[in-house]
Design a protein around this ligand. Structure first.
Ligand code: NAD
Length: 441
């Protein structure tokens, strides 16, 4: 019987980074992943997504034998601790999927021996640890302990944050909390124990919903500023000067694999208790509507400038964020912007550019659009250049410099206010941003 210290079930963004860091500190880790291509890449020491420092760290732990990947847990193998890190995306009805959690738990249930510790790390509806995972494990009659320890790292900074962020541990009893804490204490000095799995589940959902609500408020500030022809960037930046009580973020596209779903999971959890979370729901609606609302403005400005129906539109920055850099397209609002553009301009030539995502990946994913190798190639001759994420590469050419190579009537629309701090004369008549439409009052 092969014994592993830890089995990590699901080698996605969360599982692969966690398994790597756990192996780095001396654990023998078994990574279990359904996708054979991911198993093969992992065993070859190659990450299947882009993450700072992961290529080096993964190849090290594979070389030393600290981490091994397999497609399933097998009979001749067992683990002392299991960490479930499978995905919980929303289904077509907008409800967080449970099927992958259930399947992973069944696999753990079959494989575990008496005394195992099972840790749920995926982001889930409140009550999932107790009402979904535990009953599957109970049915085996084996003795086990269970804790909920949510993942809170930022993509692009995951390895660093796994070592630096406080790790949340939620369990019903102190012995289990201490055992789960011991797993994480090997990678970080900061552990925060909460008194139940539900507290840990809600804490995770609250963290991301709070961010979603703040960003939605910033987008509302942008809407009111736009309606009065006032620059939201100026309002927000000036309001913070020497005045700490207000700390509004900048407006922009709000998406990504977590923010697109976690607030939904929080309000569905509350709804199951008969509670309506009005602010959470409204914030999500504001953020989900924003790409369409802003494209309406882009269309009206294009009309003012006689941009032809088959004009060239450069959509720049496809990943859901640019800082920290990632190649993750899941939940990216740039895709909603693309969808809205395709809807209003079916004959436009839309050219895509992303500073991080492999151009072959983009070509395969978007076969109907041209994919550019550089910012310059994408914007040359364009009627509209849309800055859709905050990667610093997209801010390397000022709007005036971009416009010189664009079509004569061309303009720039910036979702991230890369250039709103520039003086008006430097923006010429070519720059617009969320909350900075620069129309006459
Ligand atoms: N991506 C993030 O930065 C992040 C941050 C915090 C929390 N989370 C949460 O963590 C969870 C995982 O997120 P992710 O981004 O890593 O998802 P992901 O989809 O990238 O990875 C999940 C992996 O699990 C695999 N899988 C599914 N069922 C399996 C099974 N039964 N056995 C083995 N493998 C299986 C899938 O093939 C996939 O590779 C989600 O609940 C997410 O909300 C993600």
């Amino acid at each position: 019987m092969q014994r592993y210290d830890i089995g990590v079930i699901g080698l996605g963004y969360v599982g692969l980074t966690l398994a790597t860091v756990l192996a780095e500190v001396g654990n023998r880790v078994m990574g279990v992943e359904r996708r054979q291509d991911v198993v093969d890449l992992t065993n070859g020491g190659v990450p299947h997504f882009s993450e700072t420092g992961l290529t080096e760290a993964l190849s090290r732990v594979i070389r030393t034998g600290g981490l091994t990947a397999r497609q399933s847990l097998v009979e001749d193998t067992t683990c002392d601790v299991y960490v479930i890190t499978v995905g919980t995306p929303l289904d077509p009805n907008g409800v967080a999927r449970l099927d992958m959690i259930e399947a992973a738990t069944r696999e753990v249930a079959d494989n575990m021996r008496d005394g195992a510790l099972v840790i749920l790390r995926s982001t889930v509806k409140v009550g999932t640890t107790r009402n979904v995972v535990a009953p599957i494990l109970d049915a085996t009659g084996k003795k086990y302990s269970i804790a909920m320890c949510p993942e809170r790292t930022l993509e692009g900074r995951a390895l660093q944050e796994l070592r630096e962020l406080p790790q949340i541990v939620g369990a019903d009893d102190q012995e289990t909390a201490d055992r789960a804490s011991a797993v994480f204490r090997r990678i970080t000095s900061s552990i925060v124990q909460v008194s139940s799995p539900e507290a840990a589940e809600i804490l995770k959902l609250v963290d991301n919903t709070y961010r979603d609500v703040r960003f939605a408020f910033a987008n509302e500030v942008a809407r009111v500023c736009d309606s009065f022809g006032v620059n939201a960037f100026e309002v927000i930046a000036s309001g913070k000067l020497g005045y700490e009580r207000t700390n509004v973020p900048l407006p922009g596209l709000v998406g990504g694999p977590c923010l697109e779903k976690d607030p939904h999971i929080l309000f569905q959890s509350a709804y199951s208790q008969g509670i309506e979370l009005e602010i959470t729901r409204a914030a999500r609606a504001v953020n989900e509507r924003q790409p369409y609302e802003t494209v309406d403005f882009i269309v009206s400005e294009a009309g003012r400038r006689d941009v032809p129906q088959d004009g060239r539109i450069a959509l720049l920055g496809l990943a859901f964020k640019g800082v920290p850099a990632t190649d993750d397209l899941r939940g990216s609002m740039s895709l909603k912007v693309l969808e809205a553009l395709e809807g209003v301009w079916p004959n436009a030539q839309i050219v895509l550019y992303d500073p991080v995502i492999d151009t072959d990946v983009l070509r395969e994913r978007f076969p109907n659009h041209e994919v550019a190798e550089s910012l310059e190639d994408a914007t040359r001759g364009a009627h509209i250049a849309i800055l859709a994420n905050n990667h610093p590469t997209l801010a390397t050419r000022t709007p005036a410099a971009l416009a010189e190579a664009m079509a004569p009537s061309g303009f720039v629309f910036d979702y991230w206010n890369h250039f709103s701090s520039l003086a008006e004369r430097e923006l010429a008549d070519v720059y617009f941003a969320v909350g900075n439409r620069r129309v006459a009052a």
